[in-house]
Design a binder for this molecule. Structure first.
Ligand code: S5P
Length: 260
């Protein structure tokens, strides 16, 4: 069973180079925390990453919520990624025909393909979008997390949709890093990464349908490999000490899982 294998071992099964790198970073830095930096000021994001970069394996951005975006932000973000050895996931959730996704990925103000190690995408439009992302990498190592399930209440994803999504991904082993999903049964391939959002230290909900599970539940029962935390950290009184609490808690759960 994939969830019983340590990240070092999982890296050996990875067919996508970003998945391999991410497994290796987690094993080396001993952290499976992905910080979702859902802040709208570029200086606030950079200041926070300066302090928590050492504790995370992956930083997830929503580049289109930043109010003072400049290319210098990207330069500094990449420097931090190099200094602290984390990868960058732009959570763009592409969901259009291949040609449009190719343009959205490579062109426009953000030129996501230039700087994001990996991106998120919906399977809804069909595999054309995976072909597009696969062809737009300009020879760089790039990855895609495909949305197979969502954390929000009332989302329209069915069991059938999830299964077809996993089958679609199997046709693009070189570009697929893993799945954004909620359950360990969703996929079996040990070389792919389960990225799970909707996590806080206490189970709860927000007022707009987001559902939170605990670290214990998502890692030990639901099979999460990388855990996404946004407001649990960025909206805390002391984001840095909160990030350390999440990192330690998540890593303890992972260690418990792999030591059987
Ligand atoms: O199903 C999902 C998929 C994603 S990528 N549910 C989610 O919440 N997300 C993202 O994870 C969401 O866009 C947000 O950036 C983050 C969760 O943030 P939090 O503040 O609720 O922890």
């Amino acid at each position: 069973e994939r969830i019983l294998l340590p990240y070092e071992k999982r890296a050996e099964f990875a067919t996508n180079s970003i998945a391999k790198q991410l497994f290796t970073i987690m094993a080396t830095k001993k952290t499976n925390l992905c910080l979702s930096v859902d802040l709208t000021s570029s200086t606030k994001i950079l200041d926070l990453l300066e302090k928590v970069g050492e504790h995370v394996c992956l930083v997830k951005t929503h580049i289109d919520i930043i109010e003072d975006f400049t290319n210098d932000f990207i330069v500094r973000l990449k420097q931090l990624a190099q200094t602290f050895n984390f990868l960058i996931l732009e959570d763009r959730k592409y969901a259009d025909i291949g040609n449009t996704v190719s343009l959205q990925y490579s062109k426009g103000l953000y030129q996501v393909g230039e700087w994001a190690d990996c991106v998120t995408a919906h399977s809804l439009p069909g595999e054309g979008l995976l072909k597009a992302l696969n062809n737009s990498n300009n020879g760089l190592s790039r990855g895609v997390f495909l949305l197979a399930e969502m954390s929000s209440e009332g989302n329209l994803i069915t069991k059938d949709y999830t299964e077809t999504t996993v089958k679609m991904a199997a046709k693009y082993p070189e570009i697929i890093t893993g799945f954004v999903c909620q359950k360990k049964e969703t996929f079996k391939d040990p070389g792919l990464i389960q990225l799970t959002p909707g996590v806080q230290l206490e189970s709860s909900k927000d007022e707009l349908g987001q559902v939170y599970n605990t670290p214990e539940k998502v890692i030990l029962e639901n099979g999460a490999d990388v855990v996404v935390v946004g407001r649990g950290i960025v909206a805390a009184k002391s984001p840095v000490s909160e990030a350390i609490i999440y990192k330690d808690t998540l890593w303890r759960c992972y260690m418990k899982r792999v030591s059987g």
